[in-house]
Design a protein around this ligand. Structure first.
Ligand code: DVN
Length: 254
């Protein structure tokens, strides 16, 4: 009993709920232009409904449908940027520029980026440790969130969109990645005119736009969407990250 009381009275350092609401509010303060939604407490409640009380291997992507539906993005056409295996670089680029926007620059993507969560059958709690790893089981709460959020981000994309891929890899496009498996297939050809691969390369890289993996990308892409590929030197992207005076239009030139 004594121990029970002690534990109860211990103040949790920063509960997961506070982290989520804090990140959501930070985002709304800094990005009044990008979100059409503004109630972080409701976001938390609808988010929690998706996985609380469920086995952590039994949360399908559809569980996040109410959350995705609640938070409507207002993204300008021609700005959506997908990525695969370029996480750090792509976000260093979009952080201080508005010309391109990744999922992680939207309210939901920003709020849940870098977080881990799960619950248990019949539990009312959220846990942030001992949750299933990404590939331990298909329907885990974190993976399912990203699948649903990514599918939605692709489905709302419009105009000429791009994807930043890693030219240091032997196969920069993987049809089993979220970009390759979820986003490419969810692009709507009535809204998206073209998809441009921005292949970020170092001088020593052997991979080019001729890489065989891009044949897989082209076959997965709706034929009504024009495919382009551009090799972009890493030094050019880094230059654009450190010097905001360089206009966006010069950052991804041949
Ligand atoms: O276009 C982007 C964006 O919109 C997004 O949500 O999906 C696209 C990127 O996903 P991707 O194509 O699967 O790209 P990556 O680089 O293979 O994986 C991106 C991230 O997903 C990783 O950085 C992991 O996140 P983390 O742990 O660094 O916060 C995660 N991830 C993907 N596959 C994983 C994995 N984590 C662990 N194990 C795996 N097998």
């Amino acid at each position: 009993v004594v121990l029970g009381v002690t534990v109860k009275n211990l103040k949790k350092p920063d509960s997961f709920k506070n982290v989520v609401i804090g990140k959501c509010e930070t985002y709304l303060k800094e990005n009044t232009n990008l979100s059409g939604y503004s109630d972080c407490e409701t976001i938390w409640q609808v988010f929690e409904q998706a996985y609380v009380g469920r086995d952590p291997c039994d949360v399908p992507p559809e569980a996040y449908y109410p959350l995705i539906n609640l938070v409507k993005n207002q993204l300008a056409c021609n700005t959506m940027l997908f990525w695969s295996k370029t996480k750090t670089l792509v976000h260093e680029f979009t952080e201080n520029r508005e010309c391109l926007v990744t999922l992680e620059d939207t309210l939901l993507g920003f709020t849940f980026n870098e977080l881990t969560w799960c619950s248990k059958n019949q539990s009312k709690e959220t846990f942030t440790t001992d949750c299933p790893l990404w590939s331990y089981c298909v329907n885990n709460p974190v993976r399912s969130f990203w699948i649903k959020a990514s599918a939605n981000f692709a489905a709302i994309a419009c105009g000429n969109v791009s994807t930043m891929l890693n030219g240091s890899l032997e196969s920069p496009f993987s049809s089993t990645s979220i970009f390759g498996d979820v986003e490419v297939r969810n692009l709507d050809s009535t809204k998206v005119h073209s998809l441009t691969v921005l292949l970020v390369t170092k001088d020593t890289d052997m991979t080019t736009c001729e890489n065989a993996s891009f044949k897989d990308l082209q076959s997965a892409l709706n034929p009504n969407i024009t495919y382009n590929c551009r090799e972009v030197p890493l030094t050019t992207v880094q230059g654009c990250i450190s010097n905001l005076d360089i206009p966006c239009s010069d950052c991804f030139k041949k």
